[in-house]
Design a protein around this ligand. Structure first.
Ligand SMILES: C[S@@+](CC[C@H](N)C(=O)[O-])C[C@H]1O[C@@H](n2cnc3c(N)ncnc32)[C@H](O)[C@@H]1O
Length: 260
């Protein structure tokens, strides 16, 4: 029996945990505090599945790219403590007003997750909360320069090259691994991109960075991308562009699962 979650395997047939490596999520869950105002957020079902499968109640979930707080809200709903970081101060201030610290702590700080000093702060939070380590890490970095999140120099979406992005991402990984309990899980949510007519397998490069740091790859999950283009009635034009050229339209991203 796994000792890293609260699933009751006596009822395994009724479990809502997805065990396939293909996740087709047709609709974003809009219940609770999730508002979908943030361009580049992920669907709440992703952190919900990961938190339910890889943590127990009262354990600590960590997200070094917290954005609009999807992981924070899911942690709260599922009865887990939460620590998050984002480089955008205003975003963090807004989020701090929305999270509920009553029963489970939710500590969100602004900072650069590639920097050791940010993790000194996180270690102080862990000490204050009488926790040794975090029990699950969920990383949803910028997909390199695909969506620009801010004008801040150290925002990974402003990295000047793929190499610079991967170096920065590897530092975030290294810092995150340092606060993750041994034997526990780390998930990366990432997609690929085209640059100058060439498919850049960002997902595979990020996977490689995690493996170089000694993490064990446990799964590569393929998830469908939401139909933003369909909603904007732009599917046709993208299909025409794909046919008149030699590329494919991105319809998937990856959820990479690792164990420390
Ligand atoms: C893809 S978004 C994460 C979205 C989040 N999962 C959500 O559901 O809202 C990536 C986030 O990383 C932040 N970011 C970029 N570089 C960073 C860095 N060096 N340290 C911390 N946060 C960073 C951006 O500000 C952005 O909010």
């Amino acid at each position: 029996m796994p000792n890293f979650n609260d699933l009751n395997l006596d009822n395994w047939k009724e479990s809502e945990i997805w065990t396939d490596s293909l996740w087709i999520i047709n609709e974003r869950d809009k219940t609770g505090k999730h508002s979908n105002f943030y361009h580049g957020n992920f669907v709440p079902q992703i952190p919900r599945q990961l938190i339910s499968r890889y943590t127990k109640k009262n354990e600590v979930v960590f997200d070094p790219f917290v954005g609009s707080g999807t992981t924070a809200y899911e942690s709260e709903t599922l009865g887990r403590h939460f620590i998050g970081v984002d480089i955008q101060k205003n975003l963090v201030e807004q989020l701090k007003l929305k999270v509920d610290n009553a029963k489970y702590f939710s500590e969100i700080i602004s900072g650069d997750s590639a920097k050791n000093s940010t993790f000194d702060e996180i270690n102080n939070i862990l000490k204050k909360q009488r926790k040794e380590k975090v029990n699950l890490a969920i990383l949803h970095p910028p997909y390199a320069d695909i969506v620009k999140f801010s004008n801040l120099k150290n925002d990974l979406s402003n990295a000047k090259s793929l190499k610079e992005f991967l170096n920065g991402f590897a530092l975030v990984l290294k810092n995150t691994i340092s606060i993750l309990e041994n034997g526990r899980y780390l998930a990366i949510v990432i997609g690929d991109k085209y640059t100058a007519g060439q498919w850049i397998p960002l997902g595979f490069y990020c996977m490689n960075e995690a493996q170089k740091l000694g993490l064990t790859l446990k799964s590569v999950i393929i998830k469908n991308m939401e139909g933003n283009r369909a909603k904007q009635n732009k599917e046709g034009i993208w299909r025409y562009r794909a046919l008149s050229s030699d590329y494919y339209i991105f319809k998937h991203e990856y959820i990479l699962i690792f164990k420390k």
